[in-house]
Structure formats: structure tokens, C-alpha cells
Design a binder for this molecule. Sequence first.
Ligand code: DON
Length: 573
Amino acid sequence: MKMFSTLSICILVAQLQTSLAQVSIVGAGKKVDPYHYEVVKNGQFRRASVSSAHPLASMVGAAIMEQGGNAFDAGIATQLALAVVYPGAGNIGGGGFLLARQSNGELIGLDYREAAPSKANRDMYLDKNGTVLPALSQFGHLASGIPGTVAGLFATLPYAKLPFKTLIQPAIDLAEKGFVITEKQVSSFNAERENFIKNNSHPVAFVKEGKWHVGDTLVQKDLAATLKRIQNEGAKGFYGGETAKLIVAEMQSGNGIINEEDLMNYTAKLRNPIEFDYRGNHIISFAPPSSGGIIINQMLKMIEKYPVGTFGFQSAKSVQLMVEVERRAYADRAEHMGDPDFWKVPVKTLTSDKYLTERMKDYTSDKAGNSANINAGTIHESEETTHISIMDAQGNMVSITTTLNGGYGCKTVVGGAGFLLNNEMDDFSVKPGVPNMYGAIGGEANAIAPGKRMLSSMTPTLILKNKKPYVVIGTPGGTTIPTSVFQGIVNIIDFNMSAADAINKPKFHHQWLPDMVMIEKDFDASTKKQLMAMGYKLVERDGIGRTEAIRILSDGKKETAADVRGDDSVAGF
Ligand code: DON
């Protein structure tokens, strides 16, 4: 049972229709037509569903489950499809986190975050005078960490049911035969044209003779060949052989430092999830090297003592309280969080009742708090990470956030291999106290070291109600990720909203430094006024996050919602 939403676009290509429209991407009689498709924002599905950043990727995930795959199969296939149809963030050259609860109740936290190359050092982005060189940590070869995604896919495989060959085939077809790009992708490719030219010595698929137009098809032959190597050789098809050679050659053609051993030695790691109760619900989220799970644990526990539901949705009273807990949690992020294999993160203390009560001692309900020693950083607007929420008919819940960091990562495509590399190194604290591209500040805990994983904000999250699957949620958005997930959870639990409302209502964000509340354009005007009167500095900004959520309704249906801020789309059956 599908409900097509208002924001539904139909993409038609006159020239290609007749010759290509019959391509069946997913075999077994289940067609995903890459030349005609629409964005579907909401649906209620009886058995299984997916919400992701691109309609084709969601359809691939749902089709895989219809063919007998479970939510893990869908997670693998959807990520691979996103690497083709959503190259700004979907990836095989980046990394991510998968958080899952199996139908038997077992939890899985899979960390396939990028790692610093063996030749990295803590001052690698500073000049002789110790000044930060952001161009190096954000663009080109040196910005890339060792990619983790392919290792993550293979570490997920033991939980899946179908052969890997089947799961990767839709992505291969989409790359080889092409797909029609959306209007948003047309603008994005045109806007990035000069960046692609500047950061690449080989021709790249995202740059064509003239401008991209609505209805154009993107074909990625080099990427298809790389995906086939992975299909035939497994993870070695990426971390070894031809692909590894191409990555290392690309590194050597620029100022990159990733070498063959770095690739060979990369492994995905299991992490014990962060778990806590909030108003009778059980919340499960990601542990370090993500800061997300700890931050939402802190924020939700700090507001739990207040009857937020009675304050009114986005009343000055509820927003002010939530802003103040955001401020406190993000201050802790800057000081205490980093890769747990290199830095002892005091998880227990940071999330203990005693500590959080103490943190709220100086809270006053009608006055803006103050982040002393303000060192304002500029918040980067282009944010490209991507989230996938999946539930299947067996009761598996899968929540995956994966990233290249900035839009199109470091903008460098591996010559001959057709995939973009990440610029995740910028998520390290390149110099204590100096903000990164998301304005995040850090210190020793998140300093660069060989093999270390950079601190993340990605917050793939699950909620159980009465010990049963209830919600799968997550989002991109850099440092705004934990606040988006926090607000999504509060909207569902405290304000009884549908999944769609919970993710689409205007959001706000405070991250300690810079000391300001970022708000989306349609944020309530009277609340704005009252917050300013309390002493808050409000700054309007573009959309915060692109959250994908699935919530189980009392009749068992999966209410599946995709964020209205992008081409995000749901699919299910
Ligand atoms: O891991 C992190 O926190 C960042 N690299 C995420 C970047 C991001 O969300 C950008 N996307 N919208």
C-alpha cells in the first residue's frame, strides 16, 4: 500500500526511452527502471521497506528483499546502488557505520570508518608557521582517509542471505547502462564542474562537454569495471589487485599518501552500541569513533527530567531547553571524544546520571547560556553524507550512515576506477581549537595519528518500544547529525508525531561553538522572537539534515518516510 506524496517528480527522457526503457536492473521479474522513476516521500508497507537518498537506490533495496533477501541484503545492495546513483555521498571510496538489531535481538555495530594512512602525522595540514591549510584536508588526494566501505559491505555479508554477486549486480547495471539524473543532480554536477576539473587529471564521468540538462543520463563505465572486480574477487577486488594499483597510482599522481599496505591492512571493526532508556523506550545508537550515540544519550537524558511534551512543539520553552542540552553535549564532544583505539573515551561518565545532572546545574529556563571563549567557525553549507533506514519482514532493523564527508568528498576520482575518494581527514582536529569544515573543534582526543579513525557525528539509531522494533532513524548533516536525530526522537516520543512530520518539521541546531542557534528558514516566527529576547543569537541556514525514518504503527505496518529536503525516497511492499 503506497501513498505517493506531493513532492513526486517524474523523470522522462525522450531520446532514450525506446532503446533503454526495457532494461531490467534487478532480475527475478522485478524491474527498476532507471530512465523513468519518481520520488516517493511516504509509504506504509506491510512487510519490508527502505528509505534512502535516491529513489533508484531505495527501489533496489526493496526489490532485493522481495526476491528473498533480508534487511542486511538490502543494506548492501542499497549502499552499492547509492555509490552509483548518488555519487555526491553514496560511495565505495568513503566509509560509514552500520547499526542493526537482528530478529533474534542481537545487536551489531559495524565500524567501517576511514582510517588515517600510515604516513599521516598530526601536523600534516599545517604550514611551517603552524597555520592550518584547509585546502589540503578538504580537497584532493591528501584529504582522503583509507576507504572503509567495501570492507564494511563484506563484514555485513554473513548476516545477509543472498550471494554478493546478486547484491552488487543492480549497481553494476546502473553504472554500465546509466540512469537519468534528477534535477537536483543536474544543478549539483553543473555547480561542481570547475572543482572536478581542478582536482582531476583524468576525464571524469561527472564532467561532460557542455552543461548537464534535465533528462540526461549518467553512464559510469570505469566504476562499472571496478564493481565487477569486486563482484569477481570480493574485497580483494578493491583493496588489492587492479583497483588498489589504480588508487595508489592516483595517490602518486597527486600529493596523496595512501599506499598498498594501507589498503591491504584496512579492516572493519565491531563496536558495542550505546544503549539507554528514554521515557520507556530503549534507544540504541553508535559508539565511538562516532560521537553521535553519546551525544544523543546525553541530550535525551538531560531533557528527560522535564515534561517536554507539555511545553509544546517548538515553543520557546522546549527549544530553549533543547538548545541548552545541545550546547553542553557538543562541548563534551570537542574535549573527550575520538577513536577509542587511540583515546580513552569516558563513555560511562559522560552518560551517567550524576554527571548529566551536574551538567544541568547552571541551566536557567529563560536566559541564553554562554559558550565562553567563543571561537566562531564557519559552517559549511554543502553537506554530503547519506543515511539508509531499512526494516524487513523477519524483524531485522538496519540503520546505515555512510559518507565521503563533503559533497563529492575530496572531488578526486580514482583515474580508471571511476569512484570518488573521501575528504574524511578533515574530520580530525587538524589543530587544537581550530574549527573544521563543520565548525567542529577538537583537541588531543581527535588529533591525527597513523591508523586512527577520525571522530564522526554519524548517528545511525534504533528505537525499541516494549522491547520490540519501533523506529529506525538517521541522517547526514555533519555536526548537525546528532541534533537532527535528537529532535526526530523527541518529535516521535514527546510530541507523538508521525515519522514524516518528525523528520520534516523545521529544525534548529546548537553545537557549543560557534555560540549561535542555527535555524531553518520556516522556523516559527514567534518562537524566534522569544529566543532572541532571552539573548540567543539566531542564524538562518539551509536545510538541516536529510533524515530517513521508519516507524512501526500499532497495526504492524511500517510507516516509512523520506526527508523532503532532497530527492530522498521510500520503497517497500
Ligand atoms: O562523519 C562525520 O561526522 C562527517 N564526515 C559527516 C559529514 C556529513 O554528514 C556531511 N553531510 N551531509
